[in-house]
Design a protein around this ligand. Structure first.
Ligand code: GAP
Length: 445
């Protein structure tokens, strides 16, 4: 099994990720997060918010609507050019995103000929690539003929730019400053797949950082955010050898620079987050289409200008998937005995600890363990397990990524101490019950 298959199996078995609408045969490109997956995803979003908003004086957060006035998508250029090239095999009729089969630099070159490429599945001839809009349409209103056609947002970005004026007038931000957001986006992907990697409904976590429209100043911020975003993944335990930057060969006409942060899996590199220099495109287009003044007045220099934008745009679902892959290990504990363990950073782990009574049939141990559990869960997500033997419980928590297992045993009843077993080293130590809070807290900084 390759890593995608292993993660798919673990994700379903342990309640991280399920196929969307599974009992009805599923719906391509949609996924549901189970009890552990919902926690992992929430922890990733919380860490993002903490790093990008809470700890920064120059970034504020917003939460804009998914459905927007359709003019937004005209202004942003999406109705005109948010489209993917589809090619179909004339023999097996499988459909492909042409730019996925053909290297980007060749696909965009003038000498490109589709006849030079064949169907990756059966070797058949491919049709000339045709562009299809990936915007997901929706209709508002109940009366036929009066319904308003609009879209489920194709990116969360525009919700920030249309609120530029509101944020300026309602908070004390001064350029350079950023607006961050986390939320759902929708795309009619031609070939959804590779688990959640290419979904039709997914979540993004983005920063739009407004800077002075000067090349040097804006490139300084571009480099700053590029490295800051890489560091964020590293700080949450992603292995450096699995990350790389990829420079975009083809830039949007308004863009000055663009890089992807890619993750290495199955001998390929996968886009996880984009860092884009968007120039003044967004604000100047919204100014043109809305006829509103979206310029910025700099009180210090007395200059008025349209700011440039440095964007960092990450996928929450892709980050979740790659944090899972990065954490996944199969370790031989002793000959013939392999444990599956998710070495997730404690900040991301769905459960911060699990509490067990050593024996489930000793009411005094169960009562004591229960009191430890009830106390800890006021502060953190804590698992309870009294099934099977202690070894099986450890293995089960290893697979769920729980960093610490706390066992209440007979010694606990005598001296108010428990054992804490570390997921990664499998070592155990005795800790006073009154010190468990501090112990867990010390692992979450
Ligand atoms: N605002 C810029 C923007 O949306 P993008 O490169 O199209 O840029 C940014 O998307 C990120 O959103 C990607 O790097 C990826 O992590 C995530 N993403 C995009 N399409 C996705 C899809 N179909 N399924 C899951 N995540 C997706």
């Amino acid at each position: 099994m390759d890593i995608f298959e292993k993660i798919t199996s673990l994700a379903k078995r342990r309640g991280f990720i399920y196929q969307g609408s599974e009992i009805y045969g599923g719906l391509a490109g949609t996924w549901d997060y189970g009890p552990l997956g919902a926690e992992l995803k929430r922890n990733i979003k919380n860490e993002y918010w903490k790093t990008m908003v809470q700890l920064r004086d120059d970034v504020v957060g917003i939460d804009a609507a998914i459905i927007m006035n359709p003019k937004v998508w005209e202004a942003s250029g999406h109705t005109e050019s948010f489209a993917d090239p589809l090619s179909e095999c004339k023999k097996c009729h499988h459909r492909f995103r042409a730019d996925n089969i053909i290297p980007e630099e060749l696909f965009t070159s003038e000498n490109f000929k589709i006849a030079d490429y064949k169907c990756p599945d059966c070797g058949g001839e491919l049709t000339e690539p045709k562009r299809f809009s990936t915007l997901v349409e929706t209709y508002l209103g109940v009366i036929e003929g009066e319904k308003l056609k609009t879209y489920l947002r194709g990116e969360i970005t525009q919700g920030v730019h249309v609120n530029f004026k509101n944020v300026l007038s309602s908070s004390r931000v001064k350029i350079p400053f950023g607006v961050a957001q986390i939320g759902k986006a929708f795309r009619n992907e031609i070939t959804p797949g590779d688990l959640t990697f290419r979904s039709r409904e997914f979540e993004q976590m983005e920063l739009q950082f407004y800077v002075k429209p000067e090349d040097e100043e804006s490139m300084k911020w571009f480099e700053f955010w590029k490295e800051a975003r890489r560091q964020w993944y590293l700080s949450l335990g992603m292995r450096a050898e699995n990350l790389q930057f990829k420079k975009h060969v083809k830039l949007a006409h308004y863009a000055k620079a663009a890089f992807d942060i890619e993750y290495h899996a199955r001998d390929e590199w996968w886009e996880m987050e984009g860092i884009h220099h968007r120039g003044t495109w967004d604000l100047s287009r919204h100014e043109q289409f809305s006829k509103q003044d979206l310029t910025y007045f700099d009180e210090e220099t007395k200059e008025r200008y349209t700011p440039m934008v440095i964007e960092t745009s990450g996928g929450v679902d892709r980050a979740t998937l790659f944090f899972l892959m990065d954490a996944y290990r199969e370790e031989e504990v002793k000959e013939g005995d392999v444990r599956t363990v998710l070495k997730l950073h404690p900040k991301l782990a769905p459960m911060k600890a699990a509490v067990f009574p050593l024996l489930a049939n000793k009411p005094e141990l169960v009562a004591k363990a229960r009191s430890v559990y009830e106390d800890l869960k006021k502060d953190w997500m804590i698992a309870w397990d009294e099934r099977g033997n202690i070894g099986k419980r450890y293995r089960s928590q290893d697979e769920a990524g729980t960093p610490y297992c706390i066992t209440v045993d007979f010694e606990t009843l005598e001296n108010e101490t428990v054992t804490i077993r570390d997921r990664d080293t499998m070592e155990q130590k005795r800790v006073k019950i009154s010190d468990i809070h501090d112990f867990i807290r010390s692992k979450l900084v």
